[in-house]
Design a binder for this molecule. Sequence first.
Ligand code: ATP
Length: 443
Amino acid sequence: MEAEETQADPELFDKIVNLSKRRGFVFQSADIYGGFRSTYDYGPLGVLLLRNVKDQWWRSMVQMRHDVVGLDASILSPPAVWEASGHLANFTDPLVDCKECRARHREDKLDDSDTCPSCGAKGAFTEARQFNLMFKTQAGPVEGSGAEVYLRPETAQGMFINFANVLNTSRKKPPFGIAQIGKSFRNEITPGNFVFRTREFEQMEMEFFVPPEDSPEWYRYWCEQRRNWYLDLGIPEDQLRLREHESDEMSHYADATSDVEFLFPWGWDELEGIANRTDFDLKSHAEASGARLEFHDPNSGERYVPHVIEPAAGATRTMMAFLMAAYHEEEVNGDTRTVLRLDHRLAPYQVAVLPLSKKPELIEPSQEVLNLVQPHWMCDYDQTQAIGRRYRRQDEVGTPFCVTIDFDTLDDQAVTVRERDSMEQERVPIAGLVAYLESKMSK
Ligand code: ATP
């Protein structure tokens, strides 16, 4: 397969981490206190990029469909939910300690199950212990049993426990889906690779409820849809693949699972899992709660528990993949130009408004141009430094269009629009600027 032959670029990782910090995409959390390991804060540019990733997911999964509705369920939930879902018993990873250096590792992620990757010791691991990944805390001022609550380790259960609420209020019937974007928390044994694996992260998940006999077909449909979403937003085909799980890799409840994988600098790794979860979740919650979680068609009298196809993606992880896929360095007039070739729908800023100089006579028309464009797109405004350097700054954060106001603008009421990828410049009348940019960003 061609995709297998593409090579990961090991240097890309450091470049993305540096760029993220230097330009305000992602900061280490609690930086001024020495940093809090494995948690990150999204800076002025990161919050825009991450929001655009989530918006694009929501647009394709909810807005552009008639058969998916949204939900925003709580993060805190009582033990009963996690008892029924199987998370209290099964949401564990095998943990081993190295007796030599005391480092802790996740046994199933070791390249060599006998060698400690931290110190190289052989045969020094303890027996694997199952470690539950859920964060536990307490609700209310009284300590002790009965007050225990968990931070959700996935958003999915919120959709299952609200199945009847949604069914009764939305006038939907299978096949239909419930989608949710939100934070999840896992006490990961080995967080790492920047925002790839963190203890606090954001997920974009959808549970699609279907008649049981149709589930294989819908599973294939969602695998294809989800793969195309990444391609459409600019991940190159040779850096993306769908990998079907072997039967021993799947969760106990799943009938089929595929991962959407991206070629990260360390190799192929998961962006999203698409699983046929069968009727496991609805049945478990129905049994544990006593609620009727099934579909009843009043016309045909038909009654059944729907099966569920779940595309579950990580927003923060996906944001990093888009950054990596977009990162390019190229030679321009003997200089290296760093450019993020982000799709305009994902770029933090779509437009930068740049007066050629700080002279007062240029500031007023620049402000007017900004006022004109700002209601349509996220804009940056920058009036310091030479124009060439400002173009490079915008290239580096992926801004597709720079609009420059110069002294000719005062006479011809036109501006120069520079396109990020081609670096071509075009003179455009201010009166037609919004229409011009709209035609360039019509997708
Ligand atoms: P892994 O095998 O990498 O631990 P998983 O298969 O347990 O992940 P899922 O439970 O399927 O992951 O979660 C769906 C998606 O949520 C993943 O594909 C990933 O994008 C994201 N995700 C899961 N755990 C983390 C994490 N600790 N940090 C960031 N994103 C995560």
